[in-house]
Design a protein around this ligand. Structure first.
Ligand SMILES: N[C@@H](CCC(=O)N[C@@H](CS)C(=O)NCC(=O)O)C(=O)O
Length: 309
């Protein structure tokens, strides 16, 4: 039985649902949602790689001063993401007990999965977007007036074409590729996803042996997107999703690269291995019916010197 039946093809491959809310916050406000400090709330799970991108970019750009963060319980129940980490089991800003309440208040006909990240406007009390690839690009380009001084340019105009090309491959074969391994409902779909995943890990391994970052000589959106999958690799994807040709720690270049990113101020602090493991192992019960969460791996290696320059 597939993890998500509605998102499984006849051949047993996982085909991710499209994003439903695709409005945008813009610098000039032409979208109806202007950039404004203190108005918007980002709902995340610390376990979720798509949400993790937004957490990291928000932090690196200093937008944590301007966009509040709502964190759901890493373990969903049959009604989805819950605010059980908050006092009284309700999000303190919206009063919601479940993220689904915000989806249905924004669109009563919504019938897909309620997903994080969700970007919410506290003024109109509506979801602006759950379009995760656009959220971080807009943080970089539209929210510039509120970036902290010295914030990195994670999506520089001159590198955008390269960043977009790398992101497209990494999305298909790595970010979503691990899910295509884990949620495959046939041997063939799993093996295809597995081959593509490890091919796509071998290619940047070569590139990263002579350059510090994926595109150009600076940290960009491409590195953040790659990182959120790499940091989960040994803890969950290797075992739970059967992405097990190698562990990340067995790829010398990629492992050093990932540690370099982890040790970048603002990045490692956003990683919560406990919530990551509990979410995957205790939520996808089709894959792990006992719900037992593994004790390992030892994550102390993330702090060891990476030696990259
Ligand atoms: N919005 C995208 C990606 C975001 C996403 O998949 N988030 C996961 C967590 S990593 C989620 O919220 N899943 C909720 C669910 O499966 O019910 C999608 O719809 O597939």
């Amino acid at each position: 039985m597939a993890q998500f039946v509605a998102e499984t093809s006849k051949a047993g491959a996982f085909v991710r649902q499209p994003n439903h809310f695709t409005d945008r916050v813009t610098a000039d406000g032409s979208s109806g949602y202007p950039v404004e400090s203190g108005c918007y709330r980002l709902f995340v799970s610390l376990a979720c790689p798509w949400a993790h991108r937004a957490i990291i970019v928000r932090r690196l750009l200093g937008l944590d001063e301007h966009i509040s963060l709502g964190i759901v319980d890493p373990i969903r129940d049959e009604k989805g993401w819950r605010f059980t980490l908050d006092e009284g089991g309700r999000d303190p800003v919206t009063g919601a007990a479940y993220l689904s309440e915000l989806y249905l208040a924004s669109d009563p006909s919504f019938s897909g999965r309620w997903t994080v990240p969700t970007f919410y406007d506290t003024k109109t009390q509506r979801i602006v977007t759950n379009d995760y690839p656009q959220i971080t690009l807009d943080f970089s380009t539209q929210w510039r007036s509120l970036h902290k001084s010295g914030a990195p340019d994670l999506y520089p105009a001159t590198l955008r074409a390269d960043i977009d090309a790398v992101n497209a491959d990494v999305y298909a074969d790595v970010n979503n590729g691990v899910y295509r391994c884990g949620f495959a409902d046939s041997q063939q779909a799993y093996e295809e996803a597995y081959e593509r995943l490890f091919h796509r890990l071998d290619v940047p391994s070569e590139r990263l042996s002579h350059q510090r970052y994926l595109v150009g000589d600076q940290l960009t959106e491409a590195d953040i997107r790659f990182f959120t999958t790499l940091v989960r690799f040994d803890a969950v994807y290797h075992g739970h999703f059967k992405a097990n040709r190698q562990k990340l720690a067995e790829f010398p270049v990629l492992w050093a690269y990932a540690r370099d990113l982890f040790q970048t101020p603002g990045v490692g602090e956003t990683v919560d291995f406990d919530q990551i493991k509990r979410h995957y192992y205790a939520t996808h019960l089709n894959i792990n019916p006992t719900g037992i969460v593994p004790v390992g791996p030892d994550v102390s290696g993330w702090q060891t010197p990476h030696g990259r320059v």
